[in-house]
Design a protein around this ligand. Structure first.
Ligand SMILES: Cc1ncc(COP(=O)(O)O)c(C=O)c1O
Length: 343
């Protein structure tokens, strides 16, 4: 089966398993796990921040980011399809007791004037706007890259209003590889950044939140409150370290496979691919009028290719390290045949 549902479906390679076997391990609640400590230092350094904390998931990492940057009753500005808002089960309301203020966007970039209008004046009957979150690359917009130029402009605006910034950088590695801009340069404009090791990089589990010492100290307390304090977590951190040192540069292969696939299906009559969004490892496309997305998913599954529908007539395809260029060719043929045979 060629599994294109998400880049989270990867399995550890034999070399990664060996790295897991070699982990030294200790109790991380006592901060005694050597691999966890190494991983945290490595990621803090890579992103140019004081400190880092290893957590089980991207959702926990994001929610700790929201928690440490806000107080109960505050308002957080987010893009309307942001993972933090859309997919994290109302956690900002539950964990941080904050209100989300969402703004529409083009490919994940909210208009600056809309952000400015959303910032609350300092009046007692309004909530305080204390945090703005961006997502790079943007999942629900199809892996689109938030430009550095845009990020700088948003930062300038938030600085004027004393608003902190958190980045959901689950796939920041993809943005960096696609643009040549270092993750450190992207991170420079944010107070906290969450990065995932279990998406394109292929680790089975784990994310890291980075920021200043005070934020990460607070995050450590909240990780424990949320039940995310792990013990001999080095067996997981070792996989994360392996992923960071072996699987970043190869992301370009996933990006090339996505471009190939998008081009291959774009000329099928009735299929609509917005090529502007094919910037990293994802391809989103609309099915022809006569073919509901769920039907195409089911036909292709029978032919050995798995992917998800994200709307009634919309499909999302994700390339990752367990999908070869041959698989990308085969998948494009399966999709083409399924569409043409449904007419
Ligand atoms: C952009 C983005 N942020 C955060 C997450 C959450 O990661 P996790 O599934 O590890 O909680 C995901 C998951 O796919 C994601 O796509």
């Amino acid at each position: 089966m060629i599994d294109l549902r998400s880049d989270t479906v990867t399995k550890p390679s034999p070399d990664m398993m060996q790295a897991i076997m070699n982990a030294k391990v200790g109790d991380d609640v006592y901060a005694e796990d050597p691999d966890v400590n190494t991983l945290q230092c490595y990621v803090a350094e890579l992103l140019g921040k004081d400190d880092a904390i290893y957590v089980p998931s991207g959702s926990m990492s994001n929610q700790l980011g929201v928690k440490v940057n806000t107080n109960p009753g505050d308002e957080v500005i987010l893009e309307q399809d942001a993972h933090i808002f859309y997919f994290e089960t109302a956690a900002p309301a539950i964990i941080s007791n904050v209100q989300c203020r969402t703004i529409h966007s083009t490919y994940g970039q909210m208009p600056l004037d809309a952000i400015e209008q959303a910032i609350r004046p300092n009046v007692y009957y309004f909530p305080k706007t204390t945090l703005l979150c961006l997502e790079n690359t943007h999942n629900r917009h199809g892996g689109t890259i938030i430009s550095l130029d845009y990020i700088k402009q948003v930062r300038q605006l938030t600085q004027q209003h004393n608003i902190r910034m958190h980045l959901d950088g689950a796939r920041l590695w993809n943005a960096s590889i696609a643009t040549g801009i270092t993750v450190k340069e992207y991170a420079n404009y944010f107070d906290t950044i969450s990065v995932c090791l279990s998406k394109g990089l292929g680790a089975p589990v784990g994310s890291v939140l980075v920021g200043d010492k005070q934020s990460i100290t607070k995050a450590k307390r909240w990780r424990k409150i949320l039940g995310g304090g792990m013990r001999q977590a080095g067996i997981l951190a070792a996989a994360g370290l392996y992923a960071l040192t072996h699987n970043i540069e190869r992301l370009v292969e996933d990006h090339n496979n996505a471009k190939f696939f998008a081009n291959a299906i774009s000329n099928i009559s009735g299929v609509n691919v917005d090529m502007n969004t094919v910037q990293t490892n994802m391809v989103a496309f609309e099915t022809p009028d006569y073919l509901p997305a769920a039907t195409l998913v089911s036909k292709c599954k029978d032919a050995g290719v798995l992917f998800n529908s994200i709307a009634q007539n919309k499909i999302r395809i994700v390339f990752h390290l367990d999908v070869s260029s041959e698989d990308a060719v085969k998948a494009s043929e399966v999709v083409r045949d399924a569409i043409l045979n449904s007419k």
